[in-house]
Design a protein around this ligand. Structure first.
Ligand SMILES: [Zn+2]
Length: 122
């Protein structure tokens, strides 16, 4: 049985979700959770809203794609149209914030993460 390979998802770190806009799989941390309140899509910034969640990159391009394909209605299994105007603003803000945070990416090691590893070993 030498030709047998073990396929394990050990390369994935943390939960992965699919963006409803571009359909790319991305680490959940890099996506915005979208929930529905009434008939409106809202950004679940704290991850505390109940119900189904859809995930979207904090990117207006992904938002536009999702709206065009009615991906939100499909994700939440709603019949009528969902209001997404405020969501657009949230995505725009998140996009802005993400760019700002991504700028000083000079340090490759996350100090918090490193500390966690040390504590786990010690
Ligand atoms: Zn996307």
């Amino acid at each position: 049985m030498s030709g047998r390979t073990q396929v394990r998802a050990c390369s994935q770190v943390g939960p992965v979700r699919t963006c409803v806009g571009c359909r790319q799989r991305t680490a959940k941390d890099g996506l915005l959770r979208i929930a529905v309140v009434g008939d409106e899509c809202v950004a679940d910034l704290r991850g505390t809203l109940p119900g189904r969640g859809a995930y979207l990159h904090p990117d207006i391009a992904c938002y536009d794609q999702a709206v065009r394909r009615r991906a939100f209605s499909r994700a939440y299994r709603t019949q009528g149209p969902l209001a997404t105007e405020r969501l657009r603003q949230w995505v725009g803000q998140a996009e802005h914030t993400a760019r700002k945070e991504a700028a000083p990416a000079a340090s490759p090691v996350n100090p918090v993460h490193e500390k966690e590893i040390r504590e786990r070993h010690g």
